[in-house]
Design a protein around this ligand. Structure first.
Ligand code: NI
Length: 180
Protein backbone atom coordinates (compact mmCIF):
# COMPACT_ATOMS: atom_id res chain seq x y z
CA UNK A 1 0.00 0.00 0.00
CA UNK A 2 1.29 3.43 -0.91
CA UNK A 3 1.25 5.75 2.11
CA UNK A 4 1.01 9.52 2.27
CA UNK A 5 4.34 11.27 2.86
CA UNK A 6 4.36 13.81 5.69
CA UNK A 7 5.73 17.22 4.80
CA UNK A 8 8.01 19.75 6.48
CA UNK A 9 6.22 21.46 9.35
CA UNK A 10 4.51 18.25 10.54
CA UNK A 11 5.61 17.72 14.18
CA UNK A 12 6.15 13.97 13.69
CA UNK A 13 9.26 14.82 11.66
CA UNK A 14 10.77 16.36 14.81
CA UNK A 15 10.11 13.44 17.17
CA UNK A 16 12.71 10.98 18.44
CA UNK A 17 11.06 7.77 17.29
CA UNK A 18 10.35 4.76 19.51
CA UNK A 19 12.43 1.62 19.48
CA UNK A 20 10.67 -1.45 18.07
CA UNK A 21 10.55 -4.19 20.68
CA UNK A 22 8.43 -6.78 18.89
CA UNK A 23 8.31 -7.55 15.17
CA UNK A 24 4.65 -8.18 14.46
CA UNK A 25 3.09 -9.18 11.16
CA UNK A 26 1.63 -5.66 10.97
CA UNK A 27 5.15 -4.18 11.22
CA UNK A 28 6.48 -6.50 8.52
CA UNK A 29 3.66 -5.36 6.25
CA UNK A 30 4.49 -1.75 7.18
CA UNK A 31 8.08 -2.42 6.01
CA UNK A 32 6.70 -3.54 2.63
CA UNK A 33 4.54 -0.39 2.49
CA UNK A 34 7.63 1.74 3.16
CA UNK A 35 9.39 0.11 0.16
CA UNK A 36 6.35 0.60 -2.09
CA UNK A 37 5.92 4.24 -1.03
CA UNK A 38 9.62 5.01 -1.55
CA UNK A 39 9.58 3.47 -5.04
CA UNK A 40 6.41 5.32 -6.03
CA UNK A 41 7.96 8.63 -4.87
CA UNK A 42 11.24 7.80 -6.68
CA UNK A 43 13.27 8.26 -3.50
CA UNK A 44 16.44 6.47 -2.36
CA UNK A 45 15.23 6.32 1.24
CA UNK A 46 12.20 6.73 3.48
CA UNK A 47 11.80 6.64 7.26
CA UNK A 48 8.71 5.75 9.33
CA UNK A 49 8.05 9.31 10.62
CA UNK A 50 7.82 10.41 6.98
CA UNK A 51 4.65 8.36 6.73
CA UNK A 52 3.40 9.47 10.14
CA UNK A 53 4.63 6.52 12.23
CA UNK A 54 6.64 7.01 15.40
CA UNK A 55 8.90 3.96 14.93
CA UNK A 56 12.62 3.29 14.43
CA UNK A 57 12.22 1.75 10.98
CA UNK A 58 13.42 2.97 7.57
CA UNK A 59 14.25 1.78 4.07
CA UNK A 60 17.04 2.64 1.62
CA UNK A 61 17.62 1.56 -1.97
CA UNK A 62 20.56 2.86 -4.01
CA UNK A 63 20.66 -0.07 -6.46
CA UNK A 64 19.90 2.27 -9.41
CA UNK A 65 23.61 3.16 -9.30
CA UNK A 66 25.92 0.15 -8.65
CA UNK A 67 28.94 2.50 -8.85
CA UNK A 68 27.76 4.63 -5.92
CA UNK A 69 29.70 2.59 -3.34
CA UNK A 70 33.20 1.11 -3.35
CA UNK A 71 32.52 -1.64 -0.81
CA UNK A 72 29.66 -3.35 1.01
CA UNK A 73 30.10 -5.90 3.78
CA UNK A 74 27.43 -7.70 5.79
CA UNK A 75 28.77 -9.33 8.96
CA UNK A 76 32.27 -8.93 7.53
CA UNK A 77 31.58 -10.60 4.17
CA UNK A 78 31.50 -8.86 0.78
CA UNK A 79 27.96 -8.66 -0.61
CA UNK A 80 26.67 -7.41 -3.99
CA UNK A 81 24.61 -4.24 -3.72
CA UNK A 82 21.52 -5.68 -5.42
CA UNK A 83 21.45 -8.57 -2.93
CA UNK A 84 20.89 -6.21 -0.02
CA UNK A 85 18.61 -3.65 -1.71
CA UNK A 86 15.95 -2.58 -0.88
CA UNK A 87 17.13 -2.62 2.74
CA UNK A 88 14.46 -2.20 5.42
CA UNK A 89 16.10 -1.73 8.81
CA UNK A 90 14.98 -1.43 12.41
CA UNK A 91 16.56 0.08 15.56
CA UNK A 92 19.80 1.12 13.81
CA UNK A 93 23.00 1.94 15.71
CA UNK A 94 25.66 3.79 13.69
CA UNK A 95 29.40 4.16 13.95
CA UNK A 96 30.65 6.86 11.61
CA UNK A 97 34.12 6.96 10.09
CA UNK A 98 36.10 8.28 7.14
CA UNK A 99 36.62 11.83 5.96
CA UNK A 100 33.72 14.24 5.87
CA UNK A 101 32.37 14.87 2.37
CA UNK A 102 29.93 17.47 1.04
CA UNK A 103 27.27 15.97 -1.26
CA UNK A 104 23.92 17.36 -2.44
CA UNK A 105 20.90 15.90 -0.66
CA UNK A 106 17.16 16.27 -0.88
CA UNK A 107 14.27 14.77 1.08
CA UNK A 108 10.80 13.53 0.14
CA UNK A 109 9.42 15.54 3.09
CA UNK A 110 11.08 18.81 2.01
CA UNK A 111 9.76 19.53 -1.44
CA UNK A 112 11.88 21.56 -3.83
CA UNK A 113 14.97 22.07 -1.66
CA UNK A 114 18.37 20.46 -2.24
CA UNK A 115 21.64 21.44 -0.61
CA UNK A 116 25.14 20.17 0.10
CA UNK A 117 25.46 18.36 3.43
CA UNK A 118 28.79 17.42 5.05
CA UNK A 119 28.79 13.92 6.49
CA UNK A 120 31.36 11.22 7.29
CA UNK A 121 31.93 9.08 4.17
CA UNK A 122 31.70 5.62 5.80
CA UNK A 123 29.39 3.86 8.23
CA UNK A 124 29.32 0.70 10.28
CA UNK A 125 25.64 0.13 11.00
CA UNK A 126 24.19 -2.47 13.34
CA UNK A 127 20.66 -3.10 12.09
CA UNK A 128 17.78 -5.44 12.66
CA UNK A 129 16.16 -6.81 9.50
CA UNK A 130 12.45 -7.53 8.96
CA UNK A 131 13.05 -11.22 9.78
CA UNK A 132 14.36 -10.23 13.21
CA UNK A 133 17.99 -11.01 12.37
CA UNK A 134 20.64 -8.48 13.50
CA UNK A 135 23.41 -7.70 10.99
CA UNK A 136 26.38 -5.35 10.76
CA UNK A 137 26.53 -3.43 7.48
CA UNK A 138 29.72 -1.60 6.49
CA UNK A 139 29.75 0.65 3.45
CA UNK A 140 30.59 4.04 1.94
CA UNK A 141 29.38 6.32 -0.84
CA UNK A 142 25.71 7.01 -1.43
CA UNK A 143 24.57 4.07 0.71
CA UNK A 144 26.50 5.34 3.76
CA UNK A 145 24.95 8.76 3.20
CA UNK A 146 21.40 7.45 2.70
CA UNK A 147 21.62 5.39 5.91
CA UNK A 148 22.81 8.46 7.87
CA UNK A 149 20.03 10.62 6.38
CA UNK A 150 17.35 8.05 7.35
CA UNK A 151 18.74 7.49 10.85
CA UNK A 152 18.64 11.28 11.31
CA UNK A 153 14.89 11.11 10.55
CA UNK A 154 14.44 8.58 13.37
CA UNK A 155 15.98 11.16 15.72
CA UNK A 156 13.86 14.07 14.49
CA UNK A 157 16.77 15.57 12.53
CA UNK A 158 16.39 16.82 8.93
CA UNK A 159 19.16 17.44 6.39
CA UNK A 160 18.43 21.18 6.48
CA UNK A 161 19.56 21.17 10.14
CA UNK A 162 23.04 20.10 9.01
CA UNK A 163 23.72 22.95 6.56
CA UNK A 164 26.19 25.79 7.01
CA UNK A 165 24.77 28.92 8.64
CA UNK A 166 24.98 30.83 5.35
CA UNK A 167 23.07 28.11 3.49
CA UNK A 168 20.45 27.91 6.28
CA UNK A 169 19.85 31.64 5.93
CA UNK A 170 19.52 31.33 2.15
CA UNK A 171 16.76 28.68 2.33
CA UNK A 172 14.91 30.18 5.31
CA UNK A 173 12.20 31.76 3.14
CA UNK A 174 11.54 28.55 1.19
CA UNK A 175 11.30 26.51 4.42
CA UNK A 176 8.89 28.99 5.95
CA UNK A 177 6.61 28.66 2.92
CA UNK A 178 6.71 24.84 3.17
CA UNK A 179 5.68 24.84 6.83
CA UNK A 180 2.53 26.97 6.33
NI1 NI B 1 14.62 12.60 4.14
Amino acid sequence: MILEITQYGNPILRRKCRKITELTEELRQFGEDLIETMISAQGVGLAAPQVDRDLRMAVVDVSHDPECITYLRVDGEEVALEELMPLVFINPVLELCGEKEAVTEGCLSIDGITAEVRRPSEVKATLQLLDGQTVVVETDGLLARAIQHEVDHLNGVLFVDRLSTAKKVSIRGKLRKLSI
